[in-house]
Design a protein around this ligand. Structure first.
Ligand code: NAP
Length: 320
């Protein structure tokens, strides 16, 4: 498994990252641990969770599954997505309290990459970045990062951190897939300009880009779309038009749809790691193979053309 630097920082992450938002929700402790162990086996060293996933259980399960291998991996978690005045938003009070809780749940004394999960229009950026810098200086956080920020918010955070000599965000996590390319207009250029790594989430559009869902057929039982009416509503005619076009193209090139979806993101210069969620060890094995595929320049151009102009086929990103 290749390792890549996150933006212009010294932090290195595996080309495939594991998204842990299924842990402690659809996936119980045993199932989650099996996925984590399959990742370690495949050379995945980048694990992404959040204080809100599984209402805190995702962090607990991930911490236990990593066990004494904690120092061999990069653990990313997030704050600001909670409920109420003291766990939602990005005030100094939230940042400090959320960090302590995450450390406790993860069973670790440091977080490698600490994301502000959502922008907080009610808190000055100086307050949030100042608090995050204090956590870095206290040794509780190694690197700070943002998620779901607009391009201008990324630029603002960069300049505020620079002006104050604080830790600057090294990564930006945003939804990015062949079905949702909106961030290419503003977020990706901002990150490229400032040397910030773009970590794409929902790279498989929750499985729609794996070929497991077919037009006109109900989602298979036990899958994410089969379990949730909200996710199932993503499977629109417009989505299947693109998925089927990509699937045909994949077959013409002797690839799988999964390889196109993961390989196209992995080839983007700003992307250090593609963050894929998994519910089974076999999925991890396939995803690790897919991230190792090198699509040719012609294939990348054809895939881009087949999904451009950026289609707004889903609702805009919201708190999840
Ligand atoms: P995703 O990676 O697009 O889809 C993951 C789902 O795809 C899995 O649950 C699994 O579905 C299916 N899958 C994975 N590999 C497969 C394979 N090889 N073959 C067939 N199906 C496969 O979406 P995601 O997991 O929600 O997103 C990735 C991560 O991004 C999350 O885990 C989370 O850490 C992060 N995230 C961040 C935000 C944010 O606001 N910052 C928002 C959302 C997610 P089944 O469940 O059906 O098996």
């Amino acid at each position: 498994m290749d390792l890549h630097a996150v933006g212009r920082s010294g932090l290195k992450v595996s080309a495939l990252g594991l998204g842990c938002n299924n842990f402690g929700g659809r996936l119980d402790e045993q199932g989650s641990a099996a996925v984590v162990h399959a990742c370690l086996e495949a050379g995945v060293t980048f694990f992404d969770t959040a204080d809100i996933y599984g209402e805190g259980r995702s962090e607990e399960i991930l911490g236990r599954a990593l066990g004494d291998r904690r120092d061999e991996v990069v653990v990313a978690t997030k704050f600001s997505g909670g409920e109420g005045p003291y766990l939602a938003g990005a005030s100094r009070k939230v940042v400090m309290a959320a960090c302590e809780r995450s450390l406790r749940r993860l069973g670790t004394d440091y977080i490698d990459l600490y994301y502000q999960h959502f922008p907080d229009p009610e808190t000055p950026v100086t307050e949030t970045l100042g608090a995050l810098d204090d956590l870095v200086r206290a040794g509780k956080v190694r690197y700070v990062a943002t998620s779901n920020f607009a391009g201008w918010q990324i630029a603002e955070a960069e300049h505020v951190a620079r002006a104050n000599g604080w830790s600057r965000p090294v990564a930006s996590q945003s939804e990015w897939s062949l079905l949702r390319r909106g961030i290419e207009a503003e977020v990706v250029p901002a990150c490229a300009a400032y040397g910030i790594g773009v970590v794409p989430y929902f790279p498989l559009a929750s499985g729609l880009l794996t070929g497991k869902y077919q037009r006109g057929e109900p989602p298979p039982r036990g899958t994410r779309l089969g379990n949730s009416a909200l996710f199932a509503s993503w499977a629109t005619t417009a989505v299947f038009d693109i998925v089927e076009r990509l699937d045909t193209m994949a077959k013409q090139h002797g690839r799988s749809l999964l390889e196109l979806a993961v390989g196209w993101l992995a080839a983007q210069p700003t992307v250090p790691s593609v963050l894929v969620g998994a519910t089974k060890p076999e999925q991890v094995v396939k995803n690790a193979r897919a991230v190792a595929v090198r699509l040719s320049a012609d294939e990348l151009a054809a895939v881009s053309a087949a999904t451009a102009p950026p289609p707004a086929v889903f609702e805009p990103a919201r708190r999840r």
